[in-house]
Structures are given as C-alpha cells and as structure tokens.
Design a protein around this ligand. Sequence first.
Ligand code: FES
Length: 277
Amino acid sequence: MTVTMGSQPNPAGGTVTARGRARITDRTLRTDRWWLAPLVTFLGLTTFVIYGMVRAFMNDYYWVPAYHYLAPFYSPCLSDACVPGSSHFGTPFPDLTPLITPPLFVLPFVLGFRLTCYYYRKAYYRAFWLSPPACAVAEPHQRYTGETRFPLIVQNSHRYFFYSAIPVASVLTYDAVIAFHGDGGGIGVGLGTVVLVINAVLIWSYTLSCHSCRHIMGGRLNHFSRHPVRYWMWTQISKLNARHMQLAWASLISVGLADFYVALVASGAITDPRLFN
Ligand code: FES
C-alpha cells in the first residue's frame, strides 16, 4: 500500500482522486466483509424486481372471490381488463392488455416512492452503481455529479411521491378490511386475511417513517411548544424513522409475500386455511 498526499489538479472532478485527498493505491483498507451488505441488497432487490415483472405481466391469479382477497400488486385494479369483482374503485382506464396490464397504471407511483426513498437510494447506489459500494471503499467511477442535475435531480421529487403513497397505503388497508369475508357471505377470517392485515400495517409503518413525512410533520417549526399536536406526531414519526431501513425491507418482503400468497390461493395451488367461515 502506498499513501501520498495528492496535489495535482483533478480535471475529471472525481471524488477519491480529488485534489487534497490522500492518494491510496489500495481500493480499501477495510478488512471486514464490507461487500456483504451491498451483495445482499443486490440479490434482494433483483429478486423482487424479477418477481414483480413476472407478476405484472402474468395478468392472472390476483383475485379470490370467495374470500375477497386482492393481490397487492393488482391493487387498486383500475382497468377494464380487471376480473369481475376486483375493481373496488371503478375502471377509469381501458383494457390495454397484453401491453399494459392493470398493475402498470399504479406502478409509477409505487415505484417512484421506493426509488426516490432516501434509504433505497443509499442501498441501490451502493449495490448497483458501486457509488461507493461501502464506506471507505473507492468507487470505480471517475466523475460524481450527485443529485444536482438530470436524471438524479428527479430524486428531489420524493416528497410528492410520499403524497401519492398515502392513497396507496389506504387502498391496501381497504383490501385488508374487505378480506374479513367468509365463504358464502358474512364475516370470515383466513390466513390470507392475516397476511393482508400484516402487509397493510407494514406498508403504513414504512410510509409514515418516511423522512419527508417527518419533515412535513415537524420541519420548519421554530417553537415546538406552540404546536403540541405536530410535536407529538413528529415525536412518534421520529421513532418509526429510526427504523426506516428495517421497515423498508419488512414492507418490501411483506408486499411480495402477500401477493404471492394470494396468487397461490387464486390459482388453486393451495387452499386458504380458515380460522372461521
Ligand atoms: S425516505 Fe424512505 S420513504 Fe421517504
């Protein structure tokens, strides 16, 4: 390993080679398994994206009429292509399948919220762009322009995606409530009901733990004492916010598993275990 103090100009405007930075020939001096976290992130997000694409274009097995289970990836179902009974909020969009399946009408909002999330940004910048792959590990790129110009300046729209996430979480809550439906009518509870309720709780927890939500609640206040309600809400959101990374993963896994579970029941691959009715 060679360490010298860099003094030459850096026309590329790079980061680790910038003027004044210690010039270290090794990529990193870290000896721990720094590559594990980005690798796990890469595998986790890649698995989710592949599953999501397969499900989005499957265009089937998303509604269980007997128990009123609607798969989260198809909720809300807003196109004329939706199977009867699955559209709880009307069908404002025409049937454009197979090119545009029902999930694709909602996907820009759901995806936009996750893609611009402060945590996910860190996660996929590290795991996919290696920019940088971990703390104190040199990135392979020569230039870094940050989020100050197109396309990454779009990341600043996160607050608006947060607003769109509220109706999405509300719809998933609605789905969980109507899943208390028994075969043949009345109230019933099955494993699918429990799965959808847990999913709604985790989606709300992730949404409310958002940094933008925390700022909307308690930001720009000079005196908390004059805004006791907002202060209380900011305090609660701050507790959730401290777990934002965990909630990001928990809600991502839960939405995938809930969708998969409903798909299995809807396709007849498994029978929903019923607690009653
Ligand atoms: S910062 Fe992650 S959802 Fe807003």
